[in-house]
Write a protein that binds this ligand. Structure first.
Ligand code: HEM
Length: 475
């Protein structure tokens, strides 16, 4: 009996130690060897960056889930220069030539999109469509974004903006402009009533969930486990948003064709016998457009009001004049870029040269807009809100100090064949709203809750309230 007990204890200890070996020692050894490889032997070893980031994707993922990834990348560029290895296989550039080298017409085919979260299995929106479906989808949607189509939206824009201005006057004592811009831009793209806003609140949850999932995907097989840590309400946000969008598309499809209606869908429906988009693609593109056309535009409008209110030397009436208005928009998007991160792309198998650097095949590359637009490498007086830097150089107000600005790096809508399809619409919409608002009202910031530097960003900005008091201007 005693012998049996001894053997059992011995064996179970042996089993226990084997278990420990398998569960702890083997993975630790693997991680150690991988860390050594990634620092000393990896093809990206020569690119500067912190060792911890060369070893693991975890620091970048943590920053991403906290909404601080772009801010951290900015600090890394400030320390390490124009190209930084921000994760084992991920390089961030802040060079002007990056745009053409990666996104330009010649390059875009060679550098596929990387790591975009696919919220639906059976149909993709334009942003995440694969190479087979992308050209058909882009061609189908492009018609709705042509100059003619945008001009056709004018009466819709005017109707919503008129109502918006009325609401501002009614609530002028204290109004959260950030929220109201979100509602307005949502209504403009969706043609929904100003009184129906619970859906808009879901968008914030959508950003967080998609941002979390994108970061989790970097960990391969562990991704489903990591997803257990997402806030379930955020995940539901994706589902509810898609269901709402599908229901709205259904309602739209049931409408009679009206030759005077010029929304994006009318161009697609008039060609429906050619099947330009499947029903699933219409639903998921509607969901994507409601996001893409709302937040960045509301960010820019909120940012403009914030910066203008803090810079009393900028008279609001001069701001509403061209070309000053354009300069205000650009400077707002420079100081408060709506898409602070960067669309990631993957280098082709044979590698490629990007901004003079050889990048091995498979490397993921991106321009993080926040560092590229706000570090002194590219812009003089980067922390000053200085719309005049965007005026033509022969304009009497064009400052000498900013003549060295690398304006080419400023591409808030990206460039090339996959650049923002809504750029023309966004400029038209922002200019119209901004001109109306700054022409009609004086603003007084009621608190500093909007402080830009403290904000978080998940794909787009997570804007806090922008509380202002409005008074109607006496012209
Ligand atoms: C200030 C406003 C806006 C900014 C800064 C902005 C920025 C961008 C950027 C940087 C991309 C490229 C993303 C990537 O390659 O990963 C993009 C794509 C896109 N944007 Fe915008 N956008 C704005 C407004 C709009 C509006 C108003 C719409 C629609 C009405 C829109 C619809 C889209 C769509 C559908 C794509 C995907 C294009 C494609 O992959 O072919 N955006 N946007």
């Amino acid at each position: 009996m005693a012998v049996l007990t001894f053997l059992w204890e011995h064996c179970s200890n042996y089993r226990f130690f084997s278990f420990i070996k398998v569960v702890i020692v083997v993975p630790s050894l693997y991680l150690l060897i991988r860390a050594v490889y990634r620092i000393f032997l990896h093809p990206l070893r020569a690119f500067p960056g912190p060792k911890l980031r060369a070893i693991s994707h975890i620091p970048h993922a943590i920053a991403g889930t906290k909404g601080r990834a772009a801010f951290d990348v900015r600090d890394l560029h400030a320390r390490y220069g124009e190209v930084v290895r921000i994760a084992p296989d991920l390089l961030s550039f802040m060079t002007p030539s990056f745009w053409q080298d990666i996104h330009g017409h010649a390059a875009a085919k060679k550098f596929p999109k990387y790591g975009y979260f696919k919220a639906r299995g059976d149909a993709q929106p334009l942003l995440t469509a694969d190479e087979k479906d992308y050209p058909r989808q882009r061609a189908a949607l492009m018609q709705g974004f042509s100059e003619r189509a945008i001009a056709g939206q004018e009466s819709t824009l005017k109707r919503h903006i008129d109502l918006f201005m009325k609401r501002l006057e009614e609530n002028s004592e204290r109004i959260d402009m950030s929220q109201w811009f979100q509602w307005l831009t949502f209504d403009l793209i969706g043609e929904f009533a100003l009184s129906n806003h619970p859906w808009v609140a879901i968008l914030v949850r959508w950003f967080r969930a998609v941002s979390f999932a994108t970061n989790a995907n970097e960990f391969g097989m562990l991704a489903p486990v990591l997803m257990l840590f997402t806030d379930i309400k955020d995940l539901m946000g994706i589902k509810i948003h898609q269901e709402n969008a599908a229901a709205a598309v259904k309602k739209r499809l049931e409408m009679e064709d009206d030759p005077n209606r010029n929304d994006i869908w009318s161009y697609i429906l008039r060609r429906k016998h050619e099947n330009p988009l499947s029903l699933g693609e219409m639903e998921i593109n509607a969901a994507a457009l409601l996001i893409a056309a709302t937040s960045p535009v509301a960010d820019t409008l909120s940012g403009a009001i914030y910066f203008l209110s803090r810079n009393p030397k900028l008279t609001l009436s001069s701001t509403s004049k061209m070309p000053y208005l354009h300069a205000v928009m650009n400077e707002t998007m420079r100081c408060y870029t709506p898409t602070p991160g960067g669309g990631r792309r993957q280098a082709p198998p044979g590698g490629a040269t990007v901004s003079g650097h050889y990048v091995p095949g498979g490397t993921v590359v991106a321009v993080y807009q926040l560092p590229a637009f706000t570090l002194p490498n590219n812009f003089a007086l980067p922390d000053c809100y200085l719309p005049e830097r965007w005026l033509p150089i022969d304009h009497p107000d064009s400052p000498k100090a900013t003549l060295t600005d690398e304006q080419e790096v400023f591409q808030p809508f990206s460039v090339g064949p996959k650049a923002c399809i809504g750029k023309g619409y966004a400029y038209a919409e922002i200019k119209l709203i901004l001109a109306r608002v700054v022409w009609h009202f004086d603003f007084e910031l009621l608190d500093n809750g909007f402080a830009v530097e403290k904000q978080r960003a998940f794909l787009f900005r997570e804007r806090p309230p922008l509380n202002v008091k409005l008074s109607v201007r006496q012209h």
